[in-house]
Write a new protein. Structure first.
Length: 155
């Protein structure tokens, strides 16, 4: 299953969909903080590092959106370093808000709930992927040109 499929899968009854998560109070808090992070490279780098550490420790539950999450981490690092700034503001805010939500321990489904704590995170990341796919594709193309490598992602 690809990262795009997770948004559809999470529409099943009893599972939080990306749409429901993005409409939650927890995501609203994350979205309200996103511009602050976007305008402060040091703060954004700190967030990205925290997200990367958390993602590495939770790779199993996030398998469906892992590649997308890591691409977002790389893109935000490049943005914070002013290497890559061709990100539409709306996409940037959405990605940062999703990363903030991901690192929040108390969100729609608190992360400490064994087996369930990352379902909402994965649903939101899947929904975000769908919403910013062209932005991420542009970044990955830029990244491939910079490194001389082709990306083989299924994103």
């Amino acid at each position: 299953m690809s990262g795009l499929d997770i948004a559809e899968e999470n529409k099943m009854p009893g599972k939080p969909s990306g749409e429901r998560v993005k409409d939650s109070a927890s995501f609203a808090k994350a979205r309200n903080k996103a511009a602050e992070y976007a305008n402060d490279p040091a703060k954004l780098n700190s967030l990205v590092e925290e997200a990367a550490k958390k993602a590495e420790s939770k790779k199993g539950p996030l398998a469906e959106v892992w590649e997308f999450l890591m691409a977002c981490v790389r893109m935000l690092k490049a943005y914070a370093g002013r290497e890559y700034t061709k990100i539409p503001w709306q996409s940037l805010i959405l990605i940062i808000a999703s990363i903030i939500y991901f690192v929040m321990p108390f969100d729609l489904i608190p992360d400490f709930i064994a087996g369930l704590g990352f379902i909402d995170d994965a649903a939101l990341l899947g929904w975000t992927l769908k919403a910013v796919k062209s932005t991420l594709d542009d970044f990955r193309e830029w990244e491939a040109g910079k490194t001389g490598k082709r990306t083989t992602s299924k994103i």
